[in-house]
Design a protein around this ligand. Structure first.
Ligand SMILES: *Cc1c(COP(=O)(O)O)cnc(C)c1O
Length: 304
């Protein structure tokens, strides 16, 4: 039994109406720890567990860390998550709820990550949030499920942070023979590291992250995500934080599910559908995000 669940695949009536075409949702917001991350993280953790790992270490204060904590609890393996001081109370509360040991260290992810790496030893496994082939093949299960349901879309819309989800989706498309299904990679302004790589012709590092969509806040995308632009049609779209927030609020109304702005970014393409014009049947990965709270989203909407 994998650690992730086969999530609902639904044709959204409200999003189809507003986008004037058939919009399908893969509802990974409903994964047990609130995001798609458990697909790849679960696969990586199970693989390390089979090879004898007795401890998992993560440096993510977001959904990747939560997925590691969840996987560890399910497999009976202790988990340590090192997070920077900027990590939200909500995220720490969720990590504690999963029984993980939480160490708060440093002002940035880089510093937390450095400490996490000093904790490593041969019997411990470090789980990276996006740059790991084990993660990608786990994320690819999302497309396996869509293929098993027999619902081939004309295009797939997803959010991009470090590019792990993108790599997993392209791997899934290719292993199911869906080479002809293009992908639209959505980011928010201020966190657009994939867009920057497309413009530069190679992965480049952003100076800083300036977006409220913290789950998209990787300064540089993984090399594999960029390499896939040579073998697969991947279009880059950048939206504003406000468009992502607006999508969160409308999606809560339309589907009664609260998601992070990181997911709102992808959903916003249905609410402002000019990027979807060439396509009749659109699949949006509703990637979710557990750290979203209604109070925080409302506060961001009022004071941008
Ligand atoms: C991690 C995450 C992303 C981005 O995924 P990457 O693999 O880093 O590109 C998008 N949305 C949510 C909710 C996430 O947790």
């Amino acid at each position: 039994m994998p650690l992730h669940i086969n999530t609902p695949l639904i044709e959204s009536r409200p999003l189809s109406a507003v986008a004037e075409r058939s919009v399908w949702l893969k509802m990974d917001a409903l994964q047990p720890c609130g995001s798609f991350k458990i697909r790849g993280v679960g696969h990586a953790c199970e693989t390390h567990h089979r090879h004898g790992a007795t401890h998992f270490v993560s440096s993510s204060g977001g959904n990747a860390g939560l997925a590691v904590a969840y996987a560890g609890r399910q497999l009976g393996i202790p988990v340590t998550v090192v997070v920077p001081k900027t990590t939200s109370e909500r995220a720490k509360e969720l990590l504690n709820l999963e029984g993980a040991e939480v160490i708060v260290h440093g002002d940035s992810w880089q510093e937390a990550n450095e400490l996490a790496l000093t904790l490593m030893s041969p019997e411990k496994a470090f789980i990276h949030p996006f740059n790991d082939p084990l993660l990608w093949s786990g994320h690819a299960s999302l497309i396996d499920e869509v293929a098993q349901a027999g619902q081939k879309p004309d295009v797939i819309v997803l959010s991009v942070g470090g590019g792990g989800l993108l790599c997993g989706i392209v791997e899934g498309l290719q292993r199911n023979g869906w080479h002809d299904v293009p992908v639209i990679a959505v980011e928010t302004e201020g966190a657009a590291s994939f867009h920057a790589a497309v413009v530069a012709g190679k992965p480049v590092e952003l100076e800083r992250i300036e977006s409220i969509a913290t789950s998209l806040g990787a300064k540089r995308i993984c090399d594999q995500a960029f390499q896939y632009t040579n073998t697969h049609q991947i279009d880059s779209v950048v939206v504003t934080d406000q468009a992502a927030l607006d999508a969160c609020e409308r999606f809560l109304f339309d589907h009664r599910v609260l998601v992070e702005p990181a997911c709102g970014a992808a959903l916003s393409l249905a609410y402002n559908h000019h990027s979807l014009v060439p396509y009749r049947k659109v699949l949006i990965v509703a990637c979710g995000g557990a750290t979203a709270t209604l109070a925080q989203i409302r506060q961001w909407i009022v004071q941008p």
